[in-house]
Design a protein around this ligand. Structure first.
Ligand code: NAD
Length: 493
């Protein structure tokens, strides 16, 4: 049985307490390994390791950008060699269909290459100035922030970790990664790759275990200079409060309840397909999931009938065999989703398909939920307001464009949103009104490393990916080089 350990200062270690927790395959409920359960001593030693690496040895941060890039390219190459293994590890631990894990691994490889390339490109600005003291050459440089704690969720265990690891390491920081307690498997494999690629000891540390304790300690530690977190909004809020202790640099990618607005001029078949990708990809456990469909009254019946027909035909099963939908990540998450489904029914939404656990054949002992569509939903319903994080979509209708925008923005979240229409001017008009960080026109969910990923309102602060994703892990230093050899002559004596 696999033992998932901490990786601190270049060594694999058990928790000081010796405690472990079972890691489960959500497709069959079986134990796939045991993960170490870290305590305060382990966290402190990970923080010390990162601190020594950054402030004392300085080996990683002092390397030339090109040398750091070479190590990141090597990581990408080793990941490419281990692509099949990484994908299977991810599916076994997380429950998503194998082809989705393969896409995640491809994305992660691409992200390492992107930041390896980006860090060697020119950055900063250069100015010739004269403010009365004489001529100055003033310029800016980007420097690493220092010790960075990265806390990640269970829905994309490898990919979201890499969205943070790649830019943080490219920038020259020393990091501590705290993955979700229940899905450590793929990042443990990734750290084995880090070791093989020759990352200097201490610049990348991994601590496994319970979120509240470890995450809380990392957030409040005065030895941690920056914290970035992807996860739920309430935990993000608590991290923000704790991070105030030493005014850490902070990045939060939080929850969502994202709308798709559908106008009558669309191709219904195409909109159905994208809506399915929007809500059923990764079993709906996607922060940007298109979990609210806001549709014009005139096409409501045709669209919902077709969406329900297609959702009913989706295959659910052993994720290794590539069904349309795999397993929910854990029994707890499945219970939570089923609770929301019951609330939806009680509050009067009409369940058009699904609405229950799936236990056929080899799914009997796993955690599966049928794709679920709730129709005739109203803004006051709990299932319309709260993030469910499962394969459950709610349908609302509108008559005018203004009404559609008002419904779409009627949420405390602001992560993503989409509009489906063949009228391009209308599409742009609507997109500009949406209070959301990631938007799509006539599609849903495509995501790529070049584009910044993050939300408005209670969906977060800052951005992963793209150039902005690198800046999350950098400070900007202003350097003023006085070119005037004479005295400033500021005082009379
Ligand atoms: P979560 O907030 O429960 O946990 C996320 C991480 O934080 C885990 O590593 C967890 O162990 C840790 N954690 C838990 N309590 C903590 C605490 N008190 N202090 C510090 N760390 C703590 O979220 P989850 O259930 O793993 O993931 C689902 C949530 O993540 C959803 O709300 C989803 O929308 C959000 N998410 C957002 C994005 C995005 O890019 N915006 C992406 C993926 C997931």
């Amino acid at each position: 049985m696999k033992i998932f350990k901490n990786y601190i200062n270049g060594h694999w270690q058990d928790a000081c307490s010796g405690k472990t927790t079972d890691i489960i395959n959500p497709a069959n409920g079986k134990i796939i390994g045991k993960a170490t359960v870290s305590g305060e001593e382990d966290i402190n030693s990970a923080i010390d390791s990162a601190k020594n690496s950054f402030y004392i040895s300085g080996k990683w941060r002092r390397m030339s950008a090109q040398d750091r890039a070479n190590v990141l390219f090597k990581i990408a190459d080793l990941m490419t060699l281990a692509k099949d293994e990484l994908s299977m590890i991810e599916t076994e631990n997380q429950g998503k269909p194998l082809r989705e894990s393969e896409a995640d691994v491809e994305d992660a490889i691409h992200v390492f290459k992107y930041y390896a390339g980006l860090i060697t490109k020119p950055s900063g600005g250069s100015y010739e100035v004269n403010d009365g003291f004489g001529q100055m050459h003033s310029y800016t440089v980007h420097e690493p922030v220092g010790v960075c704690a990265l806390i990640t969720p269970w829905n994309y265990p490898l990919m979201i970790a890499v969205w943070k690891l790649a830019p943080a390491l490219a920038a020259g920081n020393s990091i501590i990664l705290k993955p979700a307690t229940i899905t450590p498997a793929s990042v443990v494999k990734l750290f084995e790759i880090f070791h093989e690629a020759g990352l200097p000891a201490g610049c990348a540390n991994l601590v496994l275990g319970p979120g509240g304790m470890i995450g809380g300690k990392l957030a409040e530690s005065k030895d941690v200079d920056c914290i970035t977190f992807t996860g739920s909004t309430p935990v993000g809020q608590s991290i923000m409060q704790a991070a105030a202790a030493n005014v850490k640099k902070i990045g939060l990618e939080l929850g969502g309840k994202s709308p798709s607005i559908l106008f009558p001029d669309i191709d219904i078949e195409r909109a159905v397909e994208w809506s399915m990708i929007g809500i059923f990809m990764n079993q709906g456990e996607v922060c940007s999931a298109g979990s609210r469909i806001i549709i014009h009254n005139s096409i409501h019946d045709e669209f919902v009938a077709r969406l329900a027909e297609r959702a009913n035909c989706m295959t659910i099963g052993n994720p290794m065999k590539n069904p349309d939908m795999g397993a929910i990540v854990s029994e707890d998450q499945m219970t939570q989703i089923l609770k929301y489904i019951e609330i939806g029914k009680k509050e009067g939404a009409v369940c058009r398909c699904g609405g229950e656990r799936y236990t056929e054949g080899e799914c009997a002992d796993g955690f599966f939920i049928k794709p679920t569509i709730f129709d005739y939903c109203t803004p006051d319903m709990t299932i319309v307001k709260e993030e469910i994080f499962g394969p459950v979509v709610v349908i609302q209708t509108f008559e005018t464009e203004e009404e559609a925008v008002a419904l779409a923005n009627d949420t405390e979240y602001g992560l993503a949103g989409a509009v489906f229409t063949n009228d391009h001017m209308r599409a742009i008009r609507i997109i500009k009104e949406l209070r959301a960080g990631i938007t799509w026109i006539n599609c849903y969910n495509p995501c790529f490393v070049e584009g910044p990923w993050g939300g408005y309102k209670m969906s977060g602060i800052g951005r992963d990916l793209g150039v902005h994703g690198l800046e999350e892990y950098q400070e900007i230093k202003q350097i003023n080089d006085c070119l005037d050899p004479g005295m400033p002559g500021w005082y009379n004596n």
